[in-house]
Design a protein around this ligand. Sequence first.
Ligand SMILES: Nc1ncnc2c1ncn2[C@@H]1O[C@H](COP(=O)(O)OP(=O)(O)OP(=O)(O)O)[C@@H](O)[C@H]1O
Ligand SMILES: [Mg+2]
Length: 397
Amino acid sequence: MPQSVDDRSAFSSIDDVASRFAEAGYITDRRLATTIYLVTRLNKPVLLEGPAGVGKTELAKTLATVTGRRLLRLQCYEGQDETRALYEWDYGKQLLYTQMLREKINDIIADAPDIPAAVARIEGHGAVFFSDHFLVARPLLDAIRGEQPAVLLIDEVDRADEALEAVFLECLGEYQVSVPEIGTYTAKTPPFVVLTSNNTRDLSAALKRRCLHLFLDYPDAERELAIVRSKRTGLPEAAARQLVEVVRGLRELPLRKSPSISETIDWARTLTVLGVDELDAGVLADTLNIVLKYERDMQRAVEVLPRLVDPNRELPGAGHSHEHGSDVHAHDHGGDQGHQHEHAGNNGRDVRAAMDRPGRHDEGYYGAPGPGPTRRTEPGQGQGSRSFAALIRRRPG
Ligand SMILES: Nc1ncnc2c1ncn2[C@@H]1O[C@H](COP(=O)(O)OP(=O)(O)OP(=O)(O)O)[C@@H](O)[C@H]1O
Ligand SMILES: [Mg+2]
């Protein structure tokens, strides 16, 4: 495999990764820093999976920043074909050139006795129009052919069709791209490749095998606090700490959309703007729309906010939160929605359609608990992986 001779992007150690990322405003933990270190040392792509807003995309951007590499981003979507990912021919330019070269072309075919002879003559010159000059490089080819080393971000790879996934495989295995009309391009300096997935469909075993795998979960309290701190939101330390605990408490609720890290940051900034130094349930309830995006989620959250702000507080009905949670959960599965649930998950398109369907409030969403009674647990690590596991468990076959 080609290795760069003078690549300034190398990290000297795992600690070096952690400190350079922290300087750029991205807070890692040991596992994350180790994985990044290995990505850069083994020249292996990394597949990042996990709930929304845990820093998957940001990780790739930060990797580009701290290594001084250019960031090439391929945003995947359904129905995307390889011309958007690899390369395409610049038809407009080809046409323009044939117009401009009309006289020359006329010269070439001037003494051809008939049409087959004229076509044969033009064919002899056709390669000119399928050369590097008329090739439009899309991110995959650009990452491999470009002179400058790159970080290639293949974002939300689970949204791409399987046919395109096969193209990724081919390209990432050898860091090569073949253009039949021209030949094979091989990377001088292999790009650092980051793939992200929200797990709306299973990725092929072949793709997973070629990648280092990292599940990015919601961070633990200390790291989330460090992230909030690093964003200089202006919220006093004690309030920020309390806010992080409240958000972690919200993530334990059966919500349609759990608050992500970016929402914790937004909430902290909002409270600062409002001049809040000490948290109380009232001000949090008034600003809850910063972190929760569905009315029903807000209603659920408002009920438990007083207890989340002050865990020692005795509330009428407090201590029944888990019964309440499972109640809500059960309602959500009633009738038609339960039915839809059974059918969702046959393929990525179904899962996505189910996730986009308004009014669905079940464990198909990250941050919502799996099937069965909901039990209030202390917010801890693994909040995202539980809901992630629930999503996987529901898959047929
Ligand atoms: N470890 C971190 N350090 C600093 N900021 C972070 C970290 N993780 C997440 N963030 C913040 O959270 C925001 C959201 O992260 P990002 O967009 O990367 O999430 P994502 O996992 O790609 O989500 P999605 O699946 O919705 O695309 C970032 O812009 C960044 O401000
Ligand atoms: Mg993202």
